[in-house]
Design a protein around this ligand. Structure first.
Ligand code: DLL
Length: 439
């Protein structure tokens, strides 16, 4: 580690409201939001069916009377059917990173953009950003909310931005060195690619001035944090968000790095059982559901994120009173069902990071040749383990098999592949290739 310590800093007082004041604020804003979505045909119909009007909202308990919104609902109203303002009031559009077909378009008024920058400034401040720092943004700038979202958050804090965007690893490292950059913003999988480049090119850690990084945009594990922190000698912070809700800035870690504080003055969060739709108790994993409270252009009510995480309402040492979410362990739609068992790619990552001799680059292939699921985990070897004897390789394979079995309860084929042969990602990693879906 470089010895960098993040002091406990709070960006604005809304993060520390006493719970009763926060509840009153949320209730008032929920009422406003319900009134605002009356202009959106989808919500007008859904609220009409549920018999809810803005005036009938008296407390946060009324939230449960409101309809859910799903990704399919947004798709059905593509591109701008969910807009709650005139198009002339829209200042910017972004789109969510759909894997197939058309993106889900989201819109922001000028006020929404201000609000969004403030939300990003909050978690960046909590995670070490100071006005004197320079920040390299290696998220894609474009429809993806990562680049622009973080960009304006950094500027709001008064720090300087190096908007490199995603990709071109040698140039990223060159700038990081030449500009003596303080902080990095990207996906955790791209950080791994950057770290690998630094190691492979024998760049001494002392040549870098990098102190900390803010990672988000995809699930990652605590083991990966430990790995990147050790390799790059920096502190890594987690931040979470999604386009439909606003983009990055929904939540982020403070200096305590024990869960991501959700900006509850801006969003109401629920954690539900995805099957029964009933709330799950604090600390238990469930699907996160968000309702926006301040958005003008595209307010959203009870959006089912498909992200699986738990909530922790306990007060945090940092002084923020907001609820914290744990790591997203997976998305319910990323979940692989293998021999009837639910498995997330993050579980495989966790297993691999616990076995020495493997690089944290992997790919999961699923097939069903004769109605039996066969899973092959391709794991990249490190240069050192690549030169090992057959016997050592066999032992390594057994250790990986054992680690995967320990975490998932399943046996998978483990295929060791040469160093640097699996795809590297500049944005969000695509780890799973499911051949079953093509049949
Ligand atoms: O990924 C917004 C974002 C950009 C967040 C940059 C943080 C940093 P989408 O492209 O709409 O928006 O993808 C949203 O990404 O539902 C999660 O499944 C996943 N995701 C985002 N952040 C995290 C995280 C952006 N820290 C989807 N941990 C979400 C786990 C995350 N998953």
């Amino acid at each position: 580690m470089n010895g960098f310590v993040v002091e406990n800093r709070i960006w604005d007082q809304e993060e520390c409201l006493p719970r009763n004041e926060l509840t009153a604020l949320q209730t008032a804003r929920l009422k406003e939001t319900v009134a605002r979505v009356g202009k959106v045909p989808f919500y007008r119909d859904a609220l009409g069916k549920a018999g809810v009007t803005a005036d009938s909202i008296r407390s946060l308990d009324d939230l449960r009377r409101l309809p859910f919104t799903t990704k399919d609902d947004l798709r059905n109203y593509y591109p701008l059917g969910m807009l709650a303002v005139d198009r002339k009031e829209v200042a910017r559009y972004h789109g969510s990173s759909g894997t197939t077909g058309k993106p889900t378009m989201v819109a922001y008024t000028k006020k929404d953009l201000e609000h969004w920058a403030n939300l990003c400034a909050r978690f960046l401040t909590g995670g070490g950003l100071r006005p004197e720092h320079s920040v390299q943004i290696a998220f894609g700038y474009g429809l993806f909310t990562g680049g622009f979202g973080l960009h304006y958050g950094v500027e709001r804090v008064g720090a300087s931005v190096i908007p490199v965007s995603a990709g071109n690893t040698p140039k990223q490292i060159m700038l990081m060195l030449d500009m003596q950059i303080d902080a990095l913003v990207c996906t955790p999988s791209y950080a791994l690619t950057l770290s690998e480049f630094i190691i492979q090119n024998d760049i001494p850690r002392s040549a870098l001035n990098l102190k900390y990084a803010h990672f988000g945009g995809e699930p990652w594990t605590e083991d990966l944090r430990t790995r990147i922190e050790a390799e790059m000698g920096i502190l890594c912070f987690n931040n979470y968000g999604l386009s439909e809700v606003i983009g990055p800035g929904v939540s982020g870690e403070c200096a305590a790095r024990n869960g991501m504080h959700i900006s509850e003055d801006a969003f109401i969060v629920e954690c539900i059982n995805p099957e029964t739709l009933e709330p799950v108790p604090p600390g238990e994993e469930g699907e996160l559901v968000f309702t926006s409270l301040c958005k003008e252009a595209m307010p959203i009510i009870r959006y089912r994120t498909r992200d699986i995480a738990s909530l922790n309402p306990e007060p945090c040492a940092c002084g923020r009173t907001t609820v914290r979410m744990g790591r997203v362990t997976g998305r319910s739609d990323d979940m692989m069902i293998i021999k009837g068992v639910n498995v997330y790619p993050s579980q495989i990552e966790q297993a691999l990071l616990r076995v020495d001799g493997t690089a944290p680059h992997y790919q999961i292939e699923i097939d069903r040749p004769d109605r039996r699921d066969i899973v092959t985990v391709k794991v990249e070897l490190t240069e050192k383990s690549f030169s090992a004897s057959m016997k050592e390789m066999q032992e390594l394979r057994e250790r990986i098999d054992h680690a995967i079995h320990g975490i998932t309860g399943l046996r998978m084929n483990v295929e060791l592949v040469s160093p640097n042969t699996l795809d590297r990602f500049v944005g969000k990693a695509q780890r799973v290739v499911d051949h079953r879906k093509k049949v």
